[in-house]
Design a protein around this ligand. Structure first.
Ligand SMILES: [Zn+2]
Length: 343
C-alpha cells in the first residue's frame, strides 16, 4: 500500500488516543504568538520556533514544555482548544483521554478551576460540532513531591464532582525525580474517590518502575513502559493484570533513552509477547509526529501488518475508560468502516 493510500484509509477509521498532553497539541502558530507577546523586542520567527522544538534529551524537552506552559494566560486556552480540535480532525480521532497538568499554571497564579471551566466548555463544543468525545486526566507530577500531588488530586476530586469529563489522574513528569513509592498516599486516596488511575513509567527508568506503578499505585494503564522489554516478569505482570502500555514510539526516539531510532523500538516484540498495547503520539507538536504518522511508522518500519494495526485501533477503545456499552458501540463502528474500506 502506498503511503498516501495508507494515510487516506487510516484517517477514515474511527480511532481513540489515550496518551496525549493538551499542551502537546499546541500549534507552532500559537507558540509563535505566545513568544512574541512575552518578548516582543525579540521578534521571533517561525524558524526560531522550529529550533525550539529540537531537543537534545529528556530534560531539554521538559524545560521547553514548562516554558510554553508558563507563557499561557487564561485567555489562551481557547487557542489551545482550537489547536486540539484541528489535531483530532486531521487524524480521524473520535475519542480521547488527554492529560492536563495544573502545577505550572497554578504557580503562574492562575485559577485551575477556571481553566477547567474553559477546557470543559471547549470539549463540549467540539463534541457538539464534530461528535468527538474528549475526557481529561489531571497530572499529579512526579517532579514536585507528594504535597503538590495531593493538591492536584484534591482539585481533581472537586472537579470530577462538577464535570463528568474529568475522569482521573495520571502520574507524569520526570521519573528520575519522583519514584512511585512517594505517591502511594495520593493514589490510594484517588482510588477511594473512584477516580481512574494511570502513570507514566518505564520511559526513562528500568522495568522496576513499571512494576511499582502497577503494584503500588494500582494503575489501569502505563504511559510508555518500554523498559518492560528488559523484564519477562514485568511483561507477564502486564498481561496477567491486563494493564495496557500507552506506547509513543517517536516520543521515545526524541528523548533518546532506550531507543535512538524508530527501527529499534520494542513495540513489536512486546506486542508479540502478549503485552496489551495501544498506540499514541504523546506530544504531537513537540515530537513532530501525529497519530496517523505513528501508525504509518509501525507499518513501514516495525513490521506491523494491517491486521495488527486494526487490533491496535480496537485496543485504543478496549483499554479506554469508556463503559463496556460505549466500547462496543465504537468497536462496531471500527469493524463496519474497516469492512467498507478493505472490501
Ligand atoms: Zn506523556
Amino acid at each position: 500500500m502506498t503511503k498516501e493510500n495508507f494515510y487516506d484509509i487510516l484517517k477514515k477509521i474511527p480511532k481513540a488516543e489515550l496518551h496525549l498532553h493538551v499542551e502537546g497539541m499546541v500549534s507552532h502558530d500559537t507558540v509563535l504568538f505566545l513568544y512574541n507577546r512575552t518578548c516582543p523586542e525579540k521578534k521571533y520567527t517561525k524558524k526560531d520556533i522550529e529550533e525550539l522544538f529540537k531537543f537534545r534529551d529528556f530534560s531539554d524537552f521538559i524545560s521547553a514544555f514548562i516554558s510554553i506552559q508558563q507563557m499561557f494566560t487564561i485567555d489562551d486556552f481557547s487557542l489551545l482548544l482550537r489547536d486540539m480540535e484541528k489535531y483530532f480532525l486531521r487524524n480521524g480521532i473520535v475519542y480521547s483521554e488527554v492529560f492536563i497538568a495544573p502545577t505550572s499554571f497554578i504557580r503562574a497564579g492562575m485559577d485551575f478551576s477556571k481553566i477547567m471551566d474553559i477546557m470543559v466548555a471547549g470539549v463540549r463544543e467540539i463534541k457538539e460540532n464534530h461528535g468527538i468525545e474528549i475526557k481529561y486526566l489531571i497530572d499529579v507530577s512526579r517532579g514536585f513531591g507528594l504535597e503538590n500531588a495531593l493538591n492536584n488530586l484534591n482539585l481533581t476530586i472537586e472537579l470530577n464532582k462538577k464535570y463528568p469529563e474529568i475522569i482521573g489522574i495520571g502520574l507524569g513528569g520526570d521519573e528520575n525525580k519522583g519514584p512511585a513509592t512517594e505517591f502511594v498516599q495520593a493514589f490510594e486516596k484517588a482510588k477511594s474517590a473512584r477516580l481512574k488511575l494511570v502513570a507514566h513509567a518505564g520511559e526513562v527508568v528500568g522495568a522496576e518502575s513499571i512494576e511499582d506503578a502497577v503494584q503500588l499505585l494500582h494503575v489501569s494503564r502505563i504511559g510508555h513502559g518500554i523498559s518492560s522489554i528488559f523484564s519477562e516478569k514485568v511483561q507477564k505482570l502486564l498481561s496477567e493484570k491486563n494493564v495496557a502500555l500507552e506506547c509513543c514510539p517517536t516520543s521515545n526516539v526524541f528523548t533518546k533513552c532506550y531507543v535512538k531510532k524508530i527501527e529499534e523500538h520494542p513495540i513489536k516484540p512486546l506486542y508479540k509477547n502478549g503485552v496489551p498495547i495501544t498506540l499514541n503520539s504523546d506530544d504531537p507538536t513537540f515530537f513532530n509526529v501525529e497519530l496517523l504518522d505513528e501508525f504509518y511508522n509501525l507499518y513501514k518500519y516495525l513490521d506491523f501488518s494491517l491486521e495488527d494495526i486494526k487490533e491496535l485501533i480496537c485496543n485504543s477503545f478496549e483499554y479506554s475508560f469508556l463503559t463496556p456499552e460505549q466500547k462496543k458501540e465504537y468497536l462496531d463502528k471500527v469493524a463496519a468502516q474497516w469492512g467498507v474500506l478493505f472490501s
